[in-house]
Structure formats: structure tokens, C-alpha cells
Design a protein around this ligand. Structure first.
Ligand code: ATP
Ligand code: LTN
Length: 347
């Protein structure tokens, strides 16, 4: 993979990010992505948030469930404070430019780059990779298209997406180089805060994931207060009390995970949490964490449920967002095609 290229200051700052409607939202999605999406609206930069349904179908999705989950992610966007008047919210498949640009980028990116992606390796581990969809292999190229279609300069994501964002930079740089242009920006990843990688509650070495077969491994945004408290109480930990310093968490992934979650929910730092709970047993810390999680998440869950009562309104918001997204994307896609040498005689 090529060396990082400096971001081009000539592009107007613009934020884009996406979440797959491939299941319910987890605490990991909330802290690593959603919560930060809402905060970015206050920074005076244009913000575009997408429900990436084309990505979701890289693995089998039941059509009715896909529709439901697309609305549910949209409801989670709204419930966490993303305001359709200040941000563009839409689902990917309604803006055809994503699939069109992805095709062009498929012809720029190299197959070997795709095989090297750890997400592809993880998702095919223990299975016959030859039998996975072609879309799953090309997934990062579609993600690059999502980002580059809007000349995005910054992408807030969790730690697990870092490699995909590096690939997006490589694809943009190769396109610019191959065609002798300075057309696509070299996008910056925004991986910030103490919860960029929330781990499974059952195994501190595995990412908390919406597709983990064990429901006890994650907190879902749709879990009620009792379920959240029970999952935290049962979370795997070692028998020792919390240490006096952050250093003491070094070889204790489960304890570190719970401290990081506490800090991110509270809006403080792991250092501050350790200072407060130095020497405390998990029997003391876990109930406090559960109370904090319920206090922070239940208003979001309630708002999500309210939005889900009115699917027609959700669909209206997605449609309006798609029209606004398309207005930005269309001229960029048209220019891309012109650079590539495609004739458009319908204008
Ligand atoms: P899966 O778990 O099925 O692989 P996912 O939740 O990782 O799916 P997305 O829903 O598309 O995939 O992820 C949306 C955003 O949430 C991304 O920015 C991703 O980095 C972030 N995210 C996902 N899981 C975590 C986690 N455990 N900790 C922090 N951020 C996360
Ligand atoms: N691959 C991402 C989801 C995603 C995305 C994007 C994130 C698809 N397109 C564009 C940021 C920008 C994931 O989290 N699994």
C-alpha cells in the first residue's frame, strides 16, 4: 500500500459517514460513530450521513428485515440528535451515483488490495471465501465511492474502519495519478475519543459487533434498562479490583473496555474514571456503569421507538435527503465520467 498522501487543502471541508442496516445498532456503533456524528454538526462543516443498504446486501439480507433495519438506523440517527435540517440523511441506494462511481473505482483499485482487507478476511474466516459474494470483496471500493462522490474531506468512524479509509486514500491517489488530475481529495479519517473500539462483553479481545451470534456480547440500542443492567453484570471480567493507574489496565482487556465505555458515556477520560474508582471491586463498578448506560441510552431508545411509529415520515426524510445528496453528487459524477473519457450527449 502506498505511503499516506497529505490532505489537499483546496477542497471545502465536508463530512460523510455511513452505517450498515445489517442488524440493530450496538453500543459500539453508538460510541464509535453515532454520538460523534451528532457532535460534528456543531463544527460548522457540512455533514452527510448515509444508511449504506448497498453494503448491507454484500451478505444475505431478508428483504423485509432490510427495509425495517434501514428505517431503524435512520430512527437512531434522528434519536441521537442528527437534525435533517442541518445534516443530509439518506439511504445509499436512492442515489445511483454510489453504484456508478463504485464501478469506475473497481477499475482503478487492484484485486490484491481487496484480498488484503482484514474485514474481508474476518468475514470469510472459517468459511469458503470463494463462495462469498463478489460484492463482499469489492465492498471497500463501494465505500471509497461513497466518500469520494461528495469530495468528502473527513470521515468519522470507529477504529475497525481505518484500513478501509487508507484504501480510499490509495484509490483516490491512483485515480488522480492515472488520469493526471487533482480531482479527488485525500480524505482524513476521524478516529477520536476513548471508545473508538468497544469490545465484546464476553471476550475483551473481540470487537462488539451487531453480527456476533451471542446477544450477551453486546448492548443493543433497543435493549431495555433491565437487559442492559443484566448484560453489564454478566460481562466477563478478571477477579481483581480496578487499578490505581491507567497503566494497571494494560493486560486487562475486559476491565479496560468497561472503563473506556464508562468514560465515553460520561464524556470524561479513562484517567478520570480510574481516579474515581481506584481500588473498587467490579461489584461496585458494574452497577454504576449500568446506571450510567441506562441514563444515557434510554432517552435515545425512547426517541427511536417514537420515530419508528411513523415509518412514512422516516421514508420522507430519506427521500428528501437523497434529493439533496444527489444534487451534490451528480456534478462530481459527471465530471468523473468526463475525466475517464465517457461521452454524455444527453445534456
Ligand atoms: P458488524 O459488527 O456486523 O461488522 P459494524 O457494526 O461493524 O457491523 P457498521 O454498522 O457499518 O458495521 O459500523 C458503523 C460504524 O460503527 C463504523 O464507523 C464502525 O467503525 C463503528 N463501530 C462498529 N462497531 C464498533 C465498535 N465495537 N466500537 C467502536 N466503533 C464501532
Ligand atoms: N464500512 C463501514 C460502513 C461504511 C462507511 C462508508 C463508513 C460504508 N460506507 C463511508 C464511512 C464512510 C462500516 O462501518 N462497516
Amino acid at each position: 500500500m502506498s505511503a499516506p498522501v497529505a490532505a489537499n487543502p483546496a477542497f471545502t471541508p465536508r463530512i460523510f459517514s455511513g452505517i450498515q442496516p445489517s442488524g440493530g445498532m450496538t453500543l459500539g456503533n453508538y460510541l464509535g460513530a453515532l454520538k460523534r456524528f451528532a457532535e460534528k454538526q456543531d463544527e460548522g462543516i457540512e455533514t452527510i450521513y448515509c444508511v449504506v443498504d448497498l453494503h448491507a446486501i454484500t451478505v444475505w439480507q431478508d428483504p423485509e428485515k432490510l427495509r425495517h433495519q434501514t428505517r431503524e438506523i435512520t430512527a437512531a440517527y434522528l434519536a441521537s440528535g442528527i437534525d435533517p435540517a442541518r445534516s443530509i440523511i439518506f439511504n445509499q441506494s436512492q442515489v445511483t451515483g454510489h453504484a456508478e462511481l463504485a464501478w469506475i473505482l473497481n477499475c482503478v483499485a487492484r484485486i490484491g488490495w481487496m484480498y488484503r482487507m482484514t474485514q474481508f478476511k474476518d468475514k470469510t474466516a472459517g468459511k469458503n471465501a470463494e463462495n462469498s459474494s463478489l460484492g463482499l470483496l469489492a465492498y471497500p471500493s463501494l465505500m471509497a465511492a461513497d466518500i469520494l462522490l461528495y469530495h468528502t474531506t473527513q470521515v468519522p468512524v470507529g477504529e475497525d474502519q481505518k484500513q478501509h479509509l487508507e484504501l480510499t486514500r490509495d484509490i483516490a491517489a491512483k485515480f488522480n495519478h492515472d488520469y493526471g488530475v487533482d480531482f479527488f481529495p485525500i480524505t482524513e479519517p476521524l478516529i477520536e475519543g476513548s471508545a473508538t473500539r468497544v469490545m465484546s462483553l464476553r471476550d475483551g479481545t473481540k470487537k462488539m459487533s451487531k453480527s456476533d451470534p451471542s446477544d450477551a456480547s453486546r448492548i443493543n440500542l433497543t435493549d431495555d434498562a433491565d437487559t442492559i443492567a443484566k448484560k453489564i453484570r454478566k460481562a466477563t471480567t478478571d477477579p481483581n479490583p480496578l487499578p490505581e493507574t491507567l497503566e494497571g489496565l494494560k493486560d486487562r482487556p475486559e476491565a479496560r473496555n468497561l472503563v473506556n465505555i464508562y468514560a465515553a458515556l460520561e464524556g470524561s477520560t479513562p484517567e478520570a474514571v480510574i481516579r474515581e474508582f481506584a481500588g473498587a471491586q467490579f461489584g461496585t463498578f458494574k452497577p454504576r456503569l449500568a446506571d450510567l448506560a441506562v441514563a444515557k441510552l434510554s432517552p435515545i431508545t425512547e426517541a427511536m421507538n417514537r420515530y419508528m411509529q411513523d415509518p412514512a415520515e422516516i421514508d420522507r426524510i430519506l427521500g428528501e435527503g437523497a434529493a439533496r445528496a444527489d444534487a451534490i453528487a451528480s456534478p462530481i459524477l459527471a465530471k468523473t465520467k468526463e475525466i475517464v473519457g465517457m461521452i454524455n450527449s444527453r445534456r
